[in-house]
Design a binder for this molecule. Structure first.
Ligand SMILES: Cc1ncc(C[n+]2csc(CCOP(=O)(O)OP(=O)(O)O)c2C)c(N)n1
Ligand SMILES: CC(=O)[C@@H](O)[C@H](O)COP(=O)(O)O
Ligand SMILES: [Mg+2]
Length: 622
């Protein structure tokens, strides 16, 4: 069957097991040839090929709903649902997304990019189906790392107590991006495929599901069997949630897969089908990859594999940050490093090798990572958490409630800030400034060079007084050798171009050098300020340019960004617009007090603000 001629998964329904196996191999070859050209998620899709072919053979998408967790492993699903012809546009502007996208196909009922949402979403879709008295299957396809993350466990806990039916396919390749971590992950990998046991069990279950009596007997005996199983046999952690468990089955044996999926389809209650696969199946370098080199790949030569290029002139921001952190770890043994499953992406492999006892990969667990950081700080360590901007969105309350409120000395590296390119909208780091600027005690920094980044890390460590955040993008920067020992004054901006021009641009991070180069090469009459502290702002410098035209340039121009803070500062201090900022917050003044004040006395806004402060003090003292 020519892969590009598959418009609809129905076309594979009449194939034999043997033909399905050949189709699966052809799809793996197609993925290798295409993804090695465009870049994208490589080993996860090779490993899930047989399972996805079997899923589309047994179930009927789009009537049956396929929800891929994260969605980075949905390429085979896309190929079988008529999108093979678009693969040359994978992860490009206006091209095929690297994740499920609803606008792309009726076969994509769900969207993700962030991990561990599939079971929650599937449960919602299933319960809505039951309420609407509709009849279709809801299937969540989730990896062994994603299923061990907070939201997945919350969803499983709820699913086990609900009467709806969701089929959870656990695609267990014993790998996250790199090796999977945690106690539950070990329990999973200890459970072995026993073909004979599964065959007997599948045939028995299918036989019992044929009749009403059979179903009753199945349920009654299942309880007894589970009790015995809990004690004597595989202590499957999923049965603890009250959800039936099938498997584990060999994820590369088409017949066994189809049998197990058919059993799951016939059940009248939720079930987890545990499927063991090999991440990178069919491409030995990817099968042997334990550090995630073939998880998300750039375009590469299939024959030679991905070659480790050591570039002496440029580096990724992550590398510059990790190098200086490692340098500081060598000088100060209280520094620890945390990552939520992104060792390779955050360039921490060398630190994990050099300081294994002070480096912690907590798995896909951003909430835990952030509060774990707080605990390490309370315990007298100086922790550094490296976390992607969009994944940090998961840990907003932990940052606010556990780190900032206690004003704990630590450093948080917000990696992949600003636009990230091919991962697209779910991964752009454009909200971190707006969700962090309002949190008390956080010092927000954005370096424009390696040297400045090192000075910021030094400042955070040696000041040892607040939680510091340093944000940097996925871009590359020029590489210098030295580790400088400089520090910065908190809130101090840098006049990068100071020619007393009528216009001044204020920006930070990667944009500073880009804009400086443009001003100089076009000989523009324009000053440039490097706002390297996004919070607190350099109000003295702001006041010194009150008579200039100001252009604020930033990527994440969303509410409560730096730009809006600057506008507010001017409105409050310099424009003849009367504006007073009044927070009720912990103040003692009520809305009613303010209304009365405004009504009774004809005061200027400055007087109102003054009067409110007096009123506030009076009430606080009373
Ligand atoms: C909230 C969140 N954290 C981290 C990631 C990065 N990430 C994408 S896939 C992945 C590993 C997933 O492992 P698993 O669920 O086992 O799927 P596999 O790739 O092995 O099939 C990670 C950590 C993410 N997408 N979302
Ligand atoms: C799917 C996912 O979330 C990760 O694999 C992500 O794509 C990694 O991004 P980087 O390639 O920027 O490390
Ligand atoms: Mg996995």
């Amino acid at each position: 069957m020519n892969i590009k001629e598959i418009d609809n998964p129905k076309q594979i329904k009449q194939l034999s097991i043997n033909e399905l196996e050949h189709l699966s191999q052809d799809i793996r070859t197609f993925i290798m040839e295409n993804v090695s050209k465009t870049g994208g998620h490589f080993s996860s899709n090779l490993g899930i090929t047989d399972l996805t072919v079997a899923l589309h053979y047994v179930f009927d998408s789009p009537k049956d709903k396929f929800i891929f967790d994260v969605g980075h492993q949905s390429y085979v699903h896309k190929i079988l649902t008529g999108r093979a012809k678009d693969f040359s546009t994978l992860r490009q502007y206006n091209g095929l997304s690297g994740f499920q996208r609803r606008h792309e196909s009726e076969h994509d009922p769900w969207e993700a990019g962030h991990s561990s949402t599939s079971i929650s979403g599937a449960t919602g879709i299933a319960i809505a189906r039951d309420l609407n008295k509709e009849d279709f299957q809801v299937i969540a396809i989730i990896g062994d790392a994603a299923i061990l993350s907070g939201e997945s466990l919350e969803a499983l806990n709820y699913l086990g107590s609900s009467n709806t039916k969701v089929i959870v396919i656990l695609n267990d390749n014993d790998m996250s991006i790199s090796k999977n971590v945690g106690g539950l992950s070990k329990a999973l990998s200890d459970i072995r495929v026993s073909k004979q046991y599964n065959e007997v069990k599948d045939n028995y279950t299918q036989f019992m599901m044929k009749t009403k009596t059979g179903k009753e007997i199945y349920k009654a005996t299942k309880k007894v069997k589970d009790k015995i199983k809990h004690r004597v046999m595989i202590d499957s952690l999923f049965q603890q949630f009250g959800i039936d468990y099938l498997g584990p089955v060999d994820g590369h044996d088409m017949g066994e897969l189809i049998n197990a999926l058919t059993t799951a389809k016939k059940l009248d209650h939720s079930v987890i089908l545990h499927v063991k696969t090999i991440k990178g199946k069919g491409y030995p370098r990817a099968e042997q990859d334990k550090i995630g080199l073939y998880h998300g790949v750039p375009p590469f030569d299939l024959k030679k594999g991905i070659l480790n290029k050591t570039n002496t002139h440029s580096q990724k921001w992550s590398e510059a940050i990790a190098n200086h952190i490692e340098y500081m770890m060598g000088k100060h043994d209280d520094i620890c490093v945390i990552t939520p499953a992104m060792i390779s992406g955050s360039q921490l492999n060398h630190i994990f090798k050099s300081y294994p006892n002070r480096s912690f990969d907590v798995g896909i667990a951003e909430e835990h990572a952030m509060t774990f950081l707080a605990g390490l700080s309370v315990g007298g360590k100086f922790p550094f958490l490296s976390i992607y901007s969009s994944f940090a969105q998961r840990a907003y309350d932990q940052l606010n409630h556990d780190v900032a409120r206690m004003d704990l000395p630590c450093l948080i590296g917000i990696d992949r800030s600003d636009l990230v390119g091919s991962d697209g909208s779910t991964h752009h780091g454009v909200f971190d400034i707006s969700f962090m600027r309002g949190i008390p005690n956080l010092i927000l920094m954005a370096p424009s060079s390696q040297k400045e980044a090192e000075a910021m890390i030094n400042t955070a460590y040696y000041n040892h007084d607040h939680p510091y955040v340093i944000r940097y993008s996925k871009n590359s920067i020029s590489k210098t050798s030295l580790h400088n020992d400089e520090r910065l004054e908190i809130g101090s901006w840098e006049y990068r171009i100071h020619s007393d021009a009528k216009t001044v641009v204020i920006t930070y991070g990667d944009h500073v050098n880009e804009i400086e180069e443009r001003i100089r090469s076009h000989n523009l009459s324009c000053d440039l300020i490097n706002a390297r502290f996004i919070n607190p702002m350099d109000e003295e410098m702001l006041n010194s340019i009150v008579d200039k035209n100001i252009i604020v340039y930033e990527t994440c121009m969303v509410n409560s960004s730096l730009g809006s803070a600057i506008v507010l500062h001017y409105a409050k201090h310099h424009l003849n617009v009367n504006i007073s900022l009044m927070g009720i917050g912990e103040h003692y003044v009520t809305h009613g007090d303010i209304e009365n004040l405004l009504k009774q006395e004809k005061l200027s806004m400055d007087d109102v603000e003054l009067r409110i402060q007096e009123l506030n003090n009076e009430k606080r003292e009373s």
